[in-house]
Ligand binder design. Structure first.
Ligand code: AMP
Length: 281
């Protein structure tokens, strides 16, 4: 069932809430792929009601072209969800239904998690994400919400958001779903040419290489190797490669005992920006 207005979604949810049914929620921007569906399947298995939102949020884009070209495939998305389970509630609002007249971001401070990597290269991105997820959480009032580790920095920020906004929602992180050759699934992959799609596997290969070499090599050596690898590939342009402590996401320059690290990459294939990350230890 598709709802374009939160008022009608809420009346449907209310009927279920009086019966104490738990609500699981998967926020997405649509153009659904197996990665999204894995989150939805987990939500279905852990809750009695599952809500999936499909909304391309304008306030989290710092690049007008990227927003304009973001794939929008609501009809196919709704069919995919229906095939999975015909009781899924799909919330596909217009900006006005979520934001009212003022489609702008609230300013957040996420304790420093917002400054590096995606925050550094996409101005205002996490204010946009925080704002829309807060509005969606208030519209849906889920018990549990599911986010992919594909956007690991976002996942950590959402955990912080629920504590800032004092929302009683359990945030659940889900593993990254990949194409056969390793590229992390993404709605943006639809915009890649055949060659770009093939060559983009270098992102995941590089992360795997960093993972295998993490214990022997210094962070400086790992970074040097990664930037050289990308320089040799004419199809991909590295924006950043960082190794960061998962608790504060501050890029590490030296390994410290007892810390847990992840490697993070953003790279362009033509105009298409791709991100990925992997646990290192
Ligand atoms: P998006 O539609 O790109 O905003 O993604 C919606 C949710 O799906 C976010 O929590 C993403 O982290 C998650 N997601 C997107 N791609 C993947 C993937 N390849 N594997 C796992 N989760 C993903």
């Amino acid at each position: 069932m598709i709802f374009h207005h939160q008022s009608s979604l809420q009346s449907e949810l209310q009927k279920n809430r009086v019966q104490n049914r738990t609500v699981g929620f998967v926020p997405t921007m649509g153009a659904l792929h197996e990665g999204h569906l894995a989150l939805v399947k987990k939500a279905l298995s852990e809750n009695q009601i599952t809500v999936v939102s499909i909304f391309v949020n304008p306030t989290q884009f710092d690049n007008a072209g990227d927003l304009e070209k973001y794939p929008r495939t609501l009809k196919t998305d709704a069919q995919l969800l229906k095939k999975l389970d015909d009781k899924i509630l799909v919330y596909a609002p217009n900006p006005g239904d979520l934001y009212g007249d003022n489609v702008v971001s609230k300013k957040y401070s996420f304790g420093g998690l917002e400054h590096q990597m995606e925050g550094e290269f996409r101005t205002g991105h996490f204010d946009g994400v925080g704002t829309v997820v807060n509005l969606l959480f208030r519209a849906v009032r889920p018990d549990k919400a599911y986010f992919g580790e594909k956007d690991f920095q976002q996942l950590q920020i959402i955990k912080k958001l629920v504590s800032i906004e004092k929302l009683p929602i359990e945030i659940i992180g889900c593993p990254i779903y990949r194409e056969k050759h390793g590229l992390a699934m993404s709605s943006r992959n639809k915009r890649l040419s055949k060659v770009q799609f093939e060559e983009a596997k270098i992102i995941c290969e590089t992360l795997k290489w960093a993972q295998s070499n993490f214990s022997e090599k210094s962070i400086g050596e790992l970074q040097k190797h990664v930037s050289q690898t990308f320089q040799q590939n004419p199809h991909l342009k590295l924006e950043y490669f960082e190794i960061a402590n998962i608790d504060n996401l501050r890029p590490a320059r030296r390994k410290r005992k007892g810390n847990t690290y992840r490697a993070f990459i953003a790279a362009y294939a033509g105009e298409v920006r791709l991100i990925d990350n992997m646990a290192l230890n």
